[in-house]
Design a protein around this ligand. Structure first.
Ligand SMILES: Cc1cc2nc3c(=O)[nH]c(=O)nc-3n(C[C@H](O)[C@H](O)[C@H](O)COP(=O)(O)O)c2cc1C
Length: 217
């Protein structure tokens, strides 16, 4: 394998969803621009580039969002049976205030006009494109030695109101980005016994979809 290939697989392997390991030091502007540049180079259906990035540094805004997320965390916790609840109670789901900054990635389905090449049959292809920008950002952050954590414990209309996002633009993710003490080698959810990685063999099908017993849950 070439050094480039090894480096790429290494970054993919090292990438982690970070909640507890943020140290809160500033991220240099040139580094931030590089990771946003990586996000902006993502593939997109019909070249629609439907993403935007709201960089949130304001402490008061972050506190308001953190409180909203805490409320949504409670809502989810209340839906769980007792045994799952006690496992979930040990899991941290965000590092909004501890991270260096937030990046809210938004999706505009109207970007690119009415005739987006390749989206006429699959409307979600637009959303897929925005999610690819997030993955690029996540891998670039990892390569830069930063941590990133995706927060989805929120109501879209709340975040739209908080950041002044127009009604027809969807906030797809609040990403906590920042300097970290280290990146864990095992995903948090696995470490806390919530859910483990499936074997690759279970995810691969040949020629037709075959229901595998272990794939049901
Ligand atoms: C769409 C999406 C939403 C997520 N939302 C949250 C979240 O709200 N809180 C959280 O702690 N992790 C969240 N995660 C992170 C996942 O829990 C994490 O990716 C998964 O457990 C695997 O761990 P790893 O990313 O460290 O490999 C989210 C990930 C994705 C892709």
């Amino acid at each position: 394998m070439s050094a480039l290939t090894t480096a790429l697989y290494d970054v993919i392997e090292r990438r982690r969803d970070v909640r507890a390991e943020f140290t809160g030091s500033p991220v240099a502007d040139d580094v931030l621009m590089r990771v946003l540049g990586a996000a902006h180079r993502a593939p997109s259906v019909g070249m629609s580039q439907p993403w935007d990035f709201v960089v949130v540094r304001d402490t008061a805004t972050r506190r308001v969002f953190r409180d909203h997320v805490a409320h949504e965390r409670d809502t989810f916790a209340a839906s769980l049976p007792p045994e799952r609840r006690s496992t979930f109670d040990r899991i941290k789901v965000e590092g909004i205030c501890e991270s260096s900054l937030g990046i809210v990635v938004t999706h505009s389905q109207s970007r690119g006009g009415q005739h987006v090449l390749g989206r006429h049959a699959i409307a979600d292809a637009g959303l897929y494109s925005t999610v690819l920008a997030i993955q690029n950002l996540w891998l670039a952050a990892t390569a830069e030695g930063l941590g990133l954590g995706w927060v989805s414990f929120y109501r879209e209309d709340f975040l739209q109101g908080l950041l002044g996002i127009p009604d027809d633009v969807r906030p797809v993710a609040w990403l906590c980005l920042g300097t970290v003490s280290h990146l864990a080698t095992v995903p948090d959810l696995e470490r806390h016994g919530w859910r483990s990685r499936r074997p690759l063999a279970d995810a691969i099908h040949h020629d037709t979809w075959q229901m595998k017993e272990r794939n049901r849950a």
